[in-house]
Design a protein around this ligand. Structure first.
Ligand SMILES: C[S@@+](CC[C@H](N)C(=O)[O-])C[C@H]1O[C@@H](n2cnc3c(N)ncnc32)[C@H](O)[C@@H]1O
Length: 189
C-alpha cells in the first residue's frame, strides 16, 4: 500500500515541481514529475494486477518510482527504472532508500531505447519521457500477454499519434483517462 511516508515524499516532490514551474525554469533545470493522482492510480493498478515486473521509462526524481516500488513491495516484484540523467536518478535512489524500497528497484542509467530490448516479460510499463519517443519505445516493449502500458501526458501534450498507434494494435484495449496530465492505459492481448 501507499503509506503516509510514501505520500509525504510524493507531495514534497510535487510541491517542488509546482514551484519550479511557477518560476519558469528551463526544461533542463526543472523537474517534470508525474501528478500524484496518476501515481495513486499506477500503484493501485500494479497491485491489483499483481504485476511482478514493472518498467518505467523516465524515472526522473521519482514520483512514479515511489508508486511502483511500493506496489512491487506488495506483489513481491521488481521495478526496472530507466533514466538517462544521472542527477535525477541519484536523487531518486536517495528517496527510495530512505523509504526502504531499494530492494524493489533495479536502477539502470542510460537511454531506454538501448535497455528495452533486453527486458522481457513486462507486466506493466510506464512511458513518461520525451514525447517524440513514445511510439518508438512502445514498439520496443516486450510485454507479457495481458500486460498494461500506461503513458502520461496524452492530454496535456495532445499525443494523438501515440493514442492512434496503440489503439491500432490488434486485440488491444485502450482508454484515455483525464487523471493528472492525461493517461492512456492500454491492455495488450
Ligand atoms: C517527465 S520526466 C519523468 C517523471 C517521473 N516519471 C516521475 O514520476 O517523477 C521525464 C524523464 O525522462 C528522462 N528521459 C528522457 N529521454 C530518456 C531516454 N531516452 N531514456 C531514459 N530516460 C529518458 C528525462 O531525463 C526525464 O528525467
Amino acid at each position: 500500500v501507499l503509506t503516509e511516508n510514501h505520500r509525504r515524499e510524493i507531495a514534497r516532490l510535487w510541491e517542488r515541481k509546482i514551484a519550479q514551474d511557477a518560476a519558469s525554469l528551463s526544461n533542463a533545470e526543472r523537474h517534470r514529475n508525474l501528478h500524484p493522482d496518476s501515481a495513486e492510480l499506477l500503484h493501485a493498478l500494479a497491485v491489483g494486477l499483481c504485476v511482478k515486473r514493472a518498467v518505467e521509462i523516465g524515472g526522473s526524481s521519482g514520483i512514479s518510482t515511489i508508486a511502483l516500488a511500493a506496489a512491487m513491495q506488495a506483489t513481491g516484484g521488481t521495478l526496472i527504472s530507466l533514466e538517462i540523467e544521472p542527477r535525477r536518478q541519484a536523487e531518486s535512489k536517495e528517496t527510495i532508500a530512505r523509504l526502504g524500497l531499494d530492494a524493489h528497484v533495479d536502477y539502470r542509467l542510460g537511454d531506454a531505447g538501448a535497455a528495452l530490448p533486453e527486458i522481457a516479460d513486462i507486466g506493466m510499463a510506464l512511458i513518461d519521457c520525451e514525447k517524440q519517443d513514445y511510439v518508438r519505445f512502445f514498439d520496443r516493449l516486450r510485454m507479457r500477454a495481458g500486460g498494461v502500458v500506461v503513458a502520461d501526458n496524452v492530454l496535456s501534450h495532445h499525443l494523438t499519434e501515440y493514442v492512434a498507434h496503440v489503439r491500432a494494435v490488434p486485440g488491444a484495449e485502450s482508454i484515455t483517462l483525464a487523471v493528472g496530465q492525461g493517461l492512456e492505459i492500454t491492455r495488450l492481448p
